[in-house]
Design a protein around this ligand. Sequence first.
Ligand code: MG
Length: 405
Amino acid sequence: MLLKPFHASPLAFFACDPNQSRGRRFFEAAAPTRSEYQRDRDRIVHSSAFRRLVYKTQVFLNHEGDLFRTRLTHSLEVAQLARSIARSLNLNEDLVEAIALAHDLGHTPFGHAGQDALNECLKRHDPTSAGFEHNLQSLRVVDSLEERYPTYNGLNLTFETREGILKHCSRRNARQIEAREPGGVAQRFVNQHDTEPLWLQPSLEAQLANLADEIAYNAHDIDDGVRSGLLVLEQLQEVALFKQFSSEALAQHPTLKGRRLLFEAIRLMLSAQVYDVMEATRQALDKAVPLDVQAVRKQSPLVCFTPSMAAQSADLKKFLLHNLYRHPHVLEKMQQAQKMVRDLFGAYMADPALMPQAHADRFDGNDTPHSVGAKPERVVADYIAGMTDRFASKEYERLKLGIVM
Ligand code: MG
């Protein structure tokens, strides 16, 4: 396998070039020393939504242990993997890093359980509601909910970073965004069923951040699963990908056992997946020869695994779903979390004054000058989605809704 040397390389012609960016929603003069994508990344790192990721659940609740991944450490691992691959493919490292660091900003407390509960609350409150989607919420955070700048809401990120953040979007929500921002980040989801779509894929950097997300959680959820005692090393031998690399680790270090064997197997597995993506993507690019980013957007996805690695990765995902994400211990915690989210939603809808003044004002339609014009139930959903696990638990106790286990 031919690998590129590890130094910053010039951008490929199919990479996103910050000097060719489609720009920001509100005009800003260029920064003197940083590229547009560096600036996006820096704004994300300084946002309050980013800091809150440290107390948001990935799989295990925050209070279950200090060593489990949180949304913050997960996002950092995604950024690390995505940057390594981006450098080897001459893609834009700053853009891929910005997207990776922002990709989970819209996650509710308590992981997917919190999101499902909030979605259900919105739909039960109003059957015509478009519900709650975490990718869309991440975009909402960077477009509207962060209040840091004097003349606009949000972080005013570039089109390319926002395009990467909006990984999925229902057609219905896409139409609403498209109405506000014609030809913007949601256009590809409006067009997706057309016979001759204008644009189906995001940039290669966005595709890469997405695949790096999958590589990161598949690997770190094995680690956290074993750390928690819900998975055992022997059981992981069912997974062909893990078995291959734990055998390889033992072949290289025959006395290795326990956690060090686990770490070495995961390390080898991560490296193999990273090299696989580099190689498979390079081949896909050689075949498709996209001349620029616009050409990339009209192709099928080009950042990919080889078919055999894709199948092995899917098997690993299936294993984690059945043995970890649906483990009775995890399900029990998640059911408690869903009840908390539902009860908080009910309490704020009944009495918006229970929320801080700024949120209560938005609920009543007395918004800041940069109003995002949201319906009351959306204001409550935004407030709950922004909570960390521990803040939501404290709020639950403060409002005397019940005892947190
Ligand atoms: Mg993620």
